[in-house]
Ligand binder design. Structure first.
Ligand code: T46
Length: 143
């Protein structure tokens, strides 16, 4: 997976004097079926989350409230996103290392995920992640 495949997705917005509304449909606004939703909240200032990559899981990450930074790394390039809009999702494919920090007070990070929870889907060691990326690229170069 390349860092270029990590993209911000503009979600539909129904603007209304009573308050705005955003909706997300699987396989329409995001290119996968949603199997799980989870969210980070009550994050103390200075905390860092993530520090891992997923082998198969794809996700759309949204700042439902407040803001935070997401740094993505495909094993050769890095990109940083500042998330602060509840109508903008960050699409992260599998095999991308992520670090999330700079959480503002009261921020909520919601994730729509393509897989149910499985610890075996994680690389939690950066060197293991890099080795897997290199193996994959070597395999692909042979064909
Ligand atoms: C991600 C970022 C944004 C579960 O039991 N079920 C779950 O669905 C999840 C997501 C986690 N857990 C357990 C596993 C750990 O014992 O909750 C604990 C904390 O998980 P983790 O250290 O992975 O949390 P984060 O915030 O570093 O990462 C999570 C997601 O794991 C990850 O997919 O992209 O949020």
């Amino acid at each position: 997976m390349s860092i270029d495949e990590c993209q911000l997705v503009d979600l539909p917005r129904i603007q209304d004097p009573r308050g705005n509304l955003t909706y997300i449909e699987q396989n329409r606004h995001i290119p996968f079926e949603i199997k799980r939703v989870y969210y980070l909240y009550d994050v103390p200032g200075g905390s860092e989350r993530g520090g891992h990559a997923h082998k198969e899981l794809k996700q759309l990450l949204i700042a439902m409230s407040g803001s935070f930074d997401v740094e993505l790394d495909d094993g050769s390039s890095r990109k940083k996103f500042h998330m602060n809009r509840s109508y903008s999702g960050l699409l992260i494919p599998q095999m991308i290392w992520r670090r999330i920090d700079n959480f503002s007070s009261g921020s909520v990070c919601m994730v729509l995920a393509s897989e149910i929870y499985s610890e075996s889907d994680y690389f939690r060691n950066y060197d293991d992640f890099l080795a897997a990326v290199r193996n994959k690229r070597n395999d692909e170069a042979q064909f």
